[in-house]
Design a protein around this ligand. Sequence first.
Ligand code: 5GP
Ligand code: ZN
Length: 114
Amino acid sequence: MDDCIFCRIARGEIPSAKVYEDEHVLAFKDINPLAPVHVVVIPKQHVASLNELDALPADTQLALLRACREVARLTGIADSGYRIASNCGADASQSVQHLHIHVLGGGKLSVSMA
Ligand code: 5GP
Ligand code: ZN
């Protein structure tokens, strides 16, 4: 998508602090971190949200989850603990309409999931 901010990051048109990349996905630091470690994992192919997961090839679907695990390892939070979350739609206040998974950690996280 031409004007999608995460597509533009995936194409390198907007700079980002890359944490992990493979042929399917890109992970970069969130510009407005909500935890000491806050990384966003995206598929390079545009889909709007988790609702459209089936539009992605199966290997990309798997790569998303594996990339979250890899981000946790690379940022040193695999053992201390972390949370992954994907906001989908209006009630979740999804602000970027390109599927992404937040990886949060590096300190005690709020117990609330809502
Ligand atoms: P959402 O609210 O849609 O779940 O999450 C979108 C996230 O993308 C937010 O946490 C926001 O800080 C992050 N974000 C938005 N624009 C940019 C950007 O240009 N660069 C980076 N690194 N993060 C961004
Ligand atoms: Zn996009």
